[in-house]
Design a protein around this ligand. Structure first.
Ligand SMILES: *Cc1c(COP(=O)(O)O)cnc(C)c1O
Length: 397
């Protein structure tokens, strides 16, 4: 990897904080116990460490430690929440409501549920990426068992009005699940205050290790249960069997502790850098526009469309200098425009010409300035070679 490569793809994954790695290290060798081993100190030490981490994670989301179920990541947590609720509550009904801009982990789990005989309503969003509350309310039926709406969008950073959504679900007695993977650790998140009953999140999006995540499961008013995806030793209150990933969980706990301590300051710093990058690009690059609302969104994310500058080509001009994501997703067969941007009413061309900037704890102002300039030049270069841009400039498009 080139030494000077600037990483602005923190929504894909964050680097581990060195303090997280340090906290994890003893649990690989010096303290190797299985947290379920009750008969010797190795087990007790591992169990204690996992419990401390559970408290740290619970504190970050203002919850009871018993409401934290450790999993392998947000993909598993999303699947566990959706399929686990569908299986247990099916006698009540088989209808689920979600949104077109959800992460694939939610959309594909819903697709699976449809194959199993469930019915799923996919809500639209407006041009700014927000759901319409009256559409949500109108979609709720007597057989609706679950509403699943993400807290913060991974592509645009747009924040859904979770409290208002929670109020609607409460009014109709429907469970509410939220994929909060991009929100937890970045902004204050309290499922209890928002009326969220199940909430998925992941360590590696908040400077913890990959392969560990959690599902928040509300214990009181109402007491929520999910059927397990995996059968086995009955770990995690029977909802997620399998030997606990103690080093990973310890790292997750440490990451949660750091997020709590540093959130305010980090938000201030990153939103300043993000705003500077965004303002400069929107002002200096013609035919550029923001994807999603500028108001209700994460502090460190910006998604910008550069008309007639195909994003893959733009990124090619600087892929040894700056790492970003585009508004396209590689599926097995082809490069598809982002389903999120399409749902917001962007056309395929604009979606293919969009770049996502996601800043993180370890980015410096100098890096962001370099990246801004490199992207500006990249867009100009691609346009200078594009007959489509030329035609557009001559008013032929
Ligand atoms: C990254 C992400 C996921 C998947 O999380 P993993 O821990 O990698 O499985 C799910 N939802 C959202 C919104 C994400 O950003």
């Amino acid at each position: 990897m080139p030494d000077e490569l600037i990483y602005l793809d923190n929504n894909a994954t964050t680097p581990c904080d060195p303090r997280v790695v340090e906290a994890m290290l003893p649990y690989f060798y010096d303290k190797p116990g299985n947290a379920s081993s009750r008969s010797h100190p190795f087990g007790w030490v591992a169990d204690e460490a996992a419990n401390l981490a559970r408290e740290q994670v619970a504190q970050l989301i203002h919850s009871d430690p018993r409401e934290v179920i450790f999993t392998s990541g947000a993909t598993e947590s999303d699947n566990l929440a959706l399929k686990g609720v569908f299986e247990l509550y099916r006698r009540k009904g088989a209808h689920i409501i979600t949104v077109k801009t959800e992460h694939k982990a939610v959309l594909d789990a819903c697709g699976h549920i449809e194959k199993m005989g469930g019915e799923v309503t996919y809500l639209d969003v407006d041009a700014s990426g927000l759901i319409r509350l009256e559409e949500l309310e109108a979609a709720i039926r007597p057989d609706t068992i679950l509403v699943s709406i993400m807290w913060a969008n991974n592509e645009t950073g747009v924040l859904q009005p979770m409290k208002a959504i929670g109020d609607i679900c409460d009014k109709h007695g429907v469970l509410l699940m939220s994929d909060a993977t991009q929100a937890v650790g970045k902004i204050p998140v309290s499922p209890k205050d928002a009326g969220v009953h199940l909430m998925a999140f992941s360590a590696h999006k908040m400077y913890g290790p990959k392969g560990v995540g959690a599902l928040y499961v509300c214990r009181r008013q109402p007491r929520v249960k999910v059927a397990p995806l995996i059968d086995g030793g009955g770990h995690e209150q029977g909802m997620r069997s399998g030997t606990l990933n103690v080093p990973g969980i310890v790292g997750f706990g440490k990451a949660a502790e750091l997020a709590m301590q540093e959130m305010e300051q980090e938000t201030r710093r990153l939103s300043h850098l993000r705003d500077k990058l965004e303002k400069t690009l929107l002002e200096t690059v013609e035919e550029s526009s923001l994807n999603g609302t500028a108001e209700h969104r994460l502090p460190h994310v910006s998604n910008i469309a550069f008309r007639h500058a195909e994003a893959e080509g733009v990124m090619m001009t600087f892929n040894q200098q700056v790492a970003l994501s585009s508004g396209s997703a590689c599926t097995s067969a082809s490069v598809e425009p982002s389903h999120v941007l399409l749902a917001m009413g962007r056309n395929r061309e604009l979606a293919h010409s969009s770049l996502r900037f996601s800043l993180g704890r370890f980015n410096t102002e100098a890096e962001v300035d370099i990246a801004t300039e490199v992207v500006r030049k990249g867009v100009e270069k691609v346009r200078s070679m594009s007959p489509v841009w030329e035609m557009f400039k001559e008013g032929m498009l």
